[in-house]
Write a protein that binds this ligand. Structure first.
Ligand SMILES: [Zn+2]
Length: 154
């Protein structure tokens, strides 16, 4: 199931501004995590303000990243309601990497050089960042569950 870091993420995940494709992907991720790993998906970030973006990249980032940001600041998809971060508490690195691969294999970002799911290790642990394109449709492949699964009809 989907759980939330705080009430803020819960409220934002239900906000009409969120890109519904992100929500659909998270529902699929949650089902896959529960089915394959018996784990919950915890949403840790949905929306990000400009102030929070500045704080991340000028205060918390590595010095070389902060220098780049100060010269040419960039936006995050979180500022446009097109990104969600989640963790699977207690998950092994192999599970996180497999989840990232599963998402990218089934939900294809329209620019081939950009991925729908990106695993990154920020202070709080292994997160997966989910994002969708601005003006194109994220392609949804036929979703494959492992052939080792024995759940029958889905
Ligand atoms: Zn993110």
């Amino acid at each position: 199931m989907i759980v939330f870091k705080t009430d803020r993420q819960k409220t934002e995940f239900a906000d009409p501004n969120i890109d519904s494709r992100v929500r659909v992907i998270l529902f699929a991720v949650s089902g896959y995590a529960e089915h394959t790993y018996q784990r919950d998906v915890e949403i840790t970030e949905v929306f990000r303000t400009q102030e929070e973006q500045n704080d991340i990249y000028t205060v918390k980032a590595l010095p070389e990243i902060a220098e780049q940001y100060k010269v040419h600041p960039w936006y995050s998809v979180h500022q446009f309601w097109r990104g969600v971060d989640f963790v699977m508490r207690g998950a092994h690195i192999e599970e996180v990497e497999a989840m990232e691969k599963w998402v990218n294999g089934n939900f294809v970002y329209t620019h081939l050089s950009v991925k729908t799911a990106l695993e990154h290790n920020m202070g709080a642990g292994l997160h997966i960042h989910i994002q969708v394109d601005n003006d194109n449709v994220t392609e949804i492949k036929k979703v494959n569950i492992s052939t080792n699964d024995t759940v029958g009809e889905i």
